[in-house]
Write a protein that binds this ligand. Sequence first.
Ligand code: HEM
Length: 246
Amino acid sequence: MPGSVALVATTTLSMHARALHSLVVKKVVMAITGLLLIGFLLMHMFGNLKVFIGPEAYNHYAEWLKQDILYPILPHGWFIWIFRAVIAVSLVLHIYCATKLWQASLRGRGAHDNKKYTKVRRPQQTIAAKVMRWGGLTLLLLLIFHILMFTTQTITFGNFKAGATPYDMFTASFEHWYVWAIYVLFMAAVSLHVRHGFYSAFTTLGANVGPQARVFLNGLAYFAAALIFVGFMLPPTAVLFGLGVS
Ligand code: HEM
């Protein structure tokens, strides 16, 4: 019955097309939210570097971030909540799409029983993919630790009391080598994620158009990852070794 064969073929094709479309949409959402989060990271990093200018400059920056951005267009203290909402929604969407894509790749792998075949044919099983998935999970746990430490101050290190200035909190925490070491791990996870994610995002968005573009994007991705690692680790390292920040 050629008619019903054609119908089954068309239905199967359209199901595949829909599944593919949904995967592409998730990749695009991951790319856009990922780039937004990198933008946040760069801003946060430049803000932290203000520690080098001194307590007043750093505390003033922290206050401005929480109270004064876009004032008087927005009332005092509103911007930070809009900003937090955008970051939180981006993070949730990014993690949701990553989980769905991971599940889809596991389902695809399950379709092949032969493990040798799977190893050869599944491009998702590269080291980069493993780094992105398990590294992303490590990053999320360290981010929760980071927020418990600095934003809610549920976990604290050093001799600062509730209500201490952001500068005092910062310097008291990084006087401990183990806090510094945890942040080296945190920033290593962030930088590895940014290295691959940055390249991947621009590829998804269509910028990877040839060998020259590939080299350029790769170089830019390494630069962004190195900048983020060094820029974030400079202030804690200066505190730990007493180099101009105390
Ligand atoms: C050496 C690395 C870092 C240091 C020293 C650092 C330091 C800080 C400090 C001191 C605050 C509290 C600011 C305040 O409320 O006064 C903060 C908040 C925050 N940090 Fe970091 N940070 C680092 C890396 C990161 C990274 C890699 C991320 C994201 C992956 C991140 C995400 C956040 C978030 C989401 C907040 C909360 C902002 C808010 O209160 O709305 N931080 N950080």
